[in-house]
Design a protein around this ligand. Structure first.
Ligand SMILES: [Zn+2]
Length: 712
């Protein structure tokens, strides 16, 4: 197998050499990174931003291949160095290798999400296995690991700075976690498991997408008349039906969240709700897009890989690299929240049961009734109408609000500069200033377009670090969002969910913007999965804080500050329905842990395994896990296996962190400085819990979270 791989590799390299001169001239990546110079690249643009307008899809693959080739040569030079291994000639040299590969990856993988095309998809498919094999080649290079280990073993006596010590330890750990110390006879199987898992997880995700697209509910004009659906909802369903030429009915409802959830909340026809619920929860169970066998394989392959690496379970392996450290710590965190959440959910159930009995005497509440009665009661109790809220949350005002919070806390200002190179005309670009110094570039890309994946995320085109000679490289940060578009003479008006999303992603970006670390792999958001959501989730707290809301939530037409009555409604509604939300979330987190925590090969049967786990924790039959196993993509196709608890873990931290601000004033400079200089600035240069405690002065407590979610 290895031989075949090598042959393919050589052929590609030969081809490359043949047209190298031409590529160098025309390929902007290769022009910015000349082969004979070991530089960080020179784009001849402001802030050395990649010259996006010159980059065409055909430039990526040659740049990837050249980048891989150059990093291989750099690794060879480290391995063949006749001098004894030192921090500088081994750990630091490895950290600083692959400059071209980093740059092209930074640009390509971001644009594959935010400005995708068939061409880009094809390149991604082609380059992913090459990058995976390249990664394995580095991590399983025995001579390289030998040198890393030599430095690691002497690390305490080398006079290293704290950050250098951390880099040495993290590098060593990374090798060990990726198989460097496993015996040679197991390496082949290890590589095989990695490649099997890569294709199985990809198939799992594709199956979910197919199943989600496959089933739809079509309704005629006369059928929707008295269903209780909102005008917005009907307009969207009509648009969806019109956009699909093969669709016969007037309205198309789908299993995608933006269509499915409002349907479950508003549809007053119980039978239709049951059909939609059943279709949603049975995705990928049957023969079509069957994920059952894939789950069984993934769970057992992960166990096998963990055990080759010397861990008892996949959970033990994964958590060893997280803040939580052990499965026991994760279970403790989840169970602390589980009891109060379930108690609250049972109270909610009893209320909904009473409502149901009025509509359907003698009947028992079912899972497909929950969202409907929850929504009905929300409207009755809080009279909270989205159309009433939106005018106070125009996109411009919310964005200015986020900038203003960052200014009050950290003294940052944001200067729009649309002359900077942009990856898409829709993106708005800002110079971020600390005093009069530009410390980052921030792109904000607000509205949906066909080439953009759905959802919201923060990302980097380039991360913050320092060059060998001590020059600071500023981060190029990007926020990609999918907000309600402006329509007619109305600007983009956000709902409160979108408002907190903007603050959330902006919080991630501050982690990157304020980063001040020497080494890229330790900087900014390169922290463990259960810590990375702290800077983002804590920013959401400012978005919803009354004093802050009054700063930014102003009517887009009249400039009137949001009235107290509306703030009170938003506040009161924020703890409503939390029994259900937390119960389904923790149930899913515990299901994830159950799969990751098996310690011997187990035949996974659906739904038996899942049902047994849910029974163990006493989940009530009216609620199911937020994701059932067959469509639990975070775990079986995303990067969240043994990690779904991270949202809850970070929520404990962010509620506890904001408590410090509430105690001292939400814009208290001293508290903000403590958060900036202990947490935001330091990336992964120290243990996250050490950083957190330095900020907070004590261990985080779960109490603020319980209080804020109305579970106490
Ligand atoms: Zn986030």
């Amino acid at each position: 197998m290895k031989k075949t791989l090598l042959t393919i590799g050589c052929a590609a390299l030969l081809l490359m050499t043949a047209c190298k001169n031409k590529n160098n001239m025309e390929n902007p990546f290769l022009a910015a990174f000349p082969a004979d110079e070991q530089t960080q690249g020179q784009w001849n643009t402001p802030y050395n931003i990649p010259d996006f307008k010159k980059i065409k899809p055909e430039h990526y693959m040659p740049a990837f291949e050249e980048g891989i080739k150059r990093q291989k040569a750099e690794i060879d030079a480290i391995v063949n160095n006749s001098e004894a291994p030192t921090f500088a000639n081994t750990i630091e040299a490895l950290e600083q290798s692959g400059a071209l590969l980093n740059e092209v990856s930074g640009v390509f993988f971001n644009l594959a999400e935010s400005n995708n095309s068939k061409e880009m998809e094809k390149i991604a498919e082609g380059v992913s296995p090459k990058l995976a094999a390249h990664g394995d080649d580095i991590m399983l290079n025995a001579k390289l690991f030998e040198r890393v280990k030599t430095v690691y073993d002497q690390r305490e006596s080398l006079g290293l700075t704290g950050e250098q010590l951390r880099l040495t330890e993290e590098t060593y750990k990374n090798f060990v976690r990726n198989g460097a110390h496993i015996p040679a006879d197991k390496q082949e199987r290890f590589r095989e498991i990695n490649s099997l898992l890569a294709s199985l997880t990809l198939r799992f995700g594709n199956n979910v997408l197919k199943a989600t697209n496959y089933l739809t509910l079509g309704l005629r004009e006369d059928q929707v008349a008295n269903l209780g659906l909102t005008a917005d909802q009907l307009a969207a369903a009509k648009e969806a039906a019109e956009a699909d030429s093969s669709f016969k009915e007037a309205y198309k409802f789908t299993l995608h969240m933006p269509s499915w959830e409002p349907f479950m909340q508003n549809c007053n026809n119980r039978d239709m709700r049951e059909i939609m619920w059943s279709d949603y929860t049975h995705r990928c169970v049957g023969a079509d897009g069957d994920n059952l066998a894939i789950i069984d394989s993934i769970v057992n392959l992960r166990l096998e890989r963990a055990q080759i690496l010397g861990f008892e379970s996949h959970a033990a392996y994964t958590l060893d690299d997280c803040l939580a450290k052990t499965p026991e710590a994760v279970y403790k965190c989840l169970m602390d929240l589980w009891e109060p959440a379930l108690k609250k959910a049972k109270q909610e159930r009893d209320e909904y049961q009473k409502m149901l009995e009025k509509d359907h005497p003698g009947e028992k509440l079912q899972p497909w009734d929950w969202r409907y009665y929850c929504e009905k009661l929300r409207k009755e109790r809080y009279a909270l109408n989205e159309d009433e809220i939106r005018p106070y949350f125009s996109l411009d005002n919310v964005r200015e609000g986020a900038f203003n919070v960052a200014n009050k806390l950290y003294g940052l200002t944001f200067r729009e500069n649309n002359k900077l190179p942009k990856y898409h005309p829709d993106a708005v670009s800002y110079e971020v200033l600390d005093g009069d110094k530009v410390i980052a570039i921030l792109y904000m890309d607000f509205f949906p377009r066909e080439s953009k994946r759905s959802g919201a995320w923060m990302t980097n085109f380039r991360e913050q670090s320092y060059t060998k000679d001590g020059k600071k490289i500023i981060p190029l940060v990007s926020l990609v969002l999918n907000f309600t578009k402006p329509s007619g003479d109305k600007p983009s008006l956000l709902n409160f969910d979108e408002t907190t999303t903007l603050f959330h992603e902006f919080g991630h970006s501050l982690h990157s913007i304020l980063s001040d670390c020497r080494y890229e792999s330790l900087s900014g958001t390169n922290v463990s999965r259960d810590f990375v959501e702290l800077p983002s989730q804590v920013m959401e707290q400012w978005a919803g804080y009354p004093e802050v809301m009054k700063m930014y939530a102003k009517h887009y037409k009249t400039g009137e500050v949001i009235p107290d009555s509306l703030i009170n409604k938003i506040e009161a509604a924020s703890t409503y329905g939390q029994g259900f939300i937390n119960t389904e979330l923790i149930a899913a987190s515990l299901l994830d842990m159950a799969y990751a925590n098996i310690s011997e090969p187990t035949e996974i049967k659906f739904p038996d395994f899942e049902d047994a786990e849910m029974q163990k924790i006493g989940l009530i039959p009216e609620i199911i896990s937020r994701y059932r196993s067959t469509y639990f993509q975070h775990v079986f196709s995303g990067g969240y296996s043994a990690g779904y608890y991270g949202y809850t873990w970070a929520a404990v931290l962010d509620n506890d962190a904001f408590e410090a601000f509430k105690e001292n004033g939400v814009f208290d400079k001293k508290t903000a400085d403590a958060f900036r200089y202990n947490v935001l600035q330091n990336g992964n240069t120290e243990d996250a819990m050490v950083l957190y405690k330095r900020f907070r002065g004590q261990e985080p407590s779960i109490e603020p979270l319980l209080k804020n979610r109305g579970l106490k």
